[in-house]
Design a protein around this ligand. Structure first.
Ligand SMILES: Cc1ncc(COP(=O)(O)O)c(C=O)c1O
Length: 396
């Protein structure tokens, strides 16, 4: 650790090895679990996947959990199970990863962006109301960083307009809101188990729901939309019927074994993340020009990201901040370039910059600092030292 000149301006970096912004923690027990699964009868989707689904349903507090190959494919299945399609509109946030909106686009529905509440960085219910038309069929809020969006306000809009809600809870697995699991609010909740997320299966995702019909539909779509025992074909065990356009989004027993083993350390992961967050809050709470993430009284979130916002009082732009951190070997990241800035959403749906001022203003300052359980105390100190030395240097 060094307090001198920032590396970007000629000093020595605070650390030699690059620190990423997120990453998995793999222990011997994870390796043993995966290796044991390889000795089982199934190395595709088998009984371990069912056990993983049951444990996840239990953690979230829902009746059904359907595992898939990623958060993206989980969102796809949720959009299909919701029954969205061509001619439908689905309201979602522009400050998210593209997969959130693809829950609509993959089905042929149009993603209709609404602006965010800059405090929660999730959808603003009033902005959602303004975007409702007679074609609106659904709503996909996203819990940015694991911080709950305005769940009550958004459910009210959904009730008033009879919308199917798919919560993109990819950032918030393991968190609670008013004592309920995040993602458990109707109609479906979606998680990602990518290595940077709260637990990992390598790649993987899950849709959770209390609705048995939706769960059946999700399971069917996950495996080719195939009826394996169709009526009228009793005594013909080979006769399987494709009833629609389904997918192969089957996750394997090896991945589920890793997921189960990671679930054993869920509270450990959360405590470590919270310790790091407390250190960051302490270090940056009073620093000029750096806005720390909001607190919440209604929830016990499991934070995936610690995203600060940098403003002019810091003494440099967000771009200079990111590049200065990278020069220190601190791999900060930006979540996200708003979806309406991307060529796909502009060319397909006519979006332009300037349409969602709150999302744009958050985007202009936002930076995610490294946050993951494998970070050592020294890693956390490096991040704090790197930011302090930059602040001192550019703030003068
Ligand atoms: C908000 C959000 N939704 C969906 C996804 C997609 O998840 P996956 O990477 O598991 O496909 C991500 C992943 O980065 C995400 O951050």
């Amino acid at each position: 650790m060094s307090d001198g000149t920032p590396a970007k301006y000629g000093g020595e970096p605070v650390r030699e090895e690059l620190l990423g912004y997120g990453g998995q923690q793999i222990r011997q027990q994870d390796k043993t679990a995966v290796s044991d699964a390889l000795d089982g009868d199934y190395i595709t989707r088998g009984p371990t996947v069912e056990r993983f689904e049951d444990r996840v349903a239990n953690v979230v507090g829902v009746d059904h959990a359907v595992a898939t190959t990623s958060g993206t494919t989980a969102l796809h299945l949720a959009g299909r199970a919701a029954g969205w399609g061509k001619g439908d509109e689905v309201v979602t946030t522009p400050l998210t990863f593209a997969s959130t909106a693809h829950a609509a686009t993959y089905t042929g529905a149009e993603p209709v962006f609404a602006d965010i509440d800059p405090e929660t960085r999730g959808l603003d219910p009033d902005a959602v109301r303004e975007r409702i038309t007679e074609d609106t069929q659904g709503l996909i809020p996203m819990h940015y960083g694991g911080h709950p969006a305005d769940i009550e306000g958004l459910l009210e809009v959904a009730d008033d307009h009879d919308l199917t809600v798919v919560w993109d809870a990819c950032h918030g697995f393991g968190g609670t809101w008013r004592g309920e699991g995040l993602g458990a609010q109707r109609d479906m909740g979606v998680f990602s188990f990518h290595p940077v997320k709260n637990i990992t299966t390598g790649e993987g995702g899950m849709v959770v729901t209390d609705d048995g019909d939706l769960a059946d539909r999700l399971r069917r779509l996950r495996s080719f939309d195939m009826d394996y025992a169709p009526e009228g074909h009793e005594g013909e065990p080979w006769y399987q019927v494709v009833e629609g356009e389904g997918y192969n989004y089957n996750i394997t027993d090896m991945q589920a074994a890793l997921g189960l083993s990671q679930l054993d350390r869920l509270s450990e992961f959360k405590s470590r993340r919270n310790e790091i967050i407390a250190e960051y809050d302490d270090a940056f709470g009073d620093m000029a020009g750096i806005h720390t993430p909001p607190a919440t009284e209604e929830a016990d979130p499991f934070y995936h990201l610690y995203a600060v916002e940098i403003d002019e009082r810091f003494g440099c732009s967000r771009k200079e901040f990111v590049n200065a951190m990278h020069a220190e070997n601190i791999g900060v990241q930006v979540h996200y370039v708003p979806l309406h800035y991307h060529p796909f959403f502009q060319e397909e749906y006519g979006y332009e910059r300037g349409m969602f001022p709150e999302a744009e203003s958050v985007y202009d300052g936002v930076v995610s600092l490294p946050l993951f359980p494998e970070m050592s105390d020294g890693d956390v100190e490096d991040v704090i030292a790197g930011i302090r030395r930059l602040h001192r240097y550019v703030g003068e």
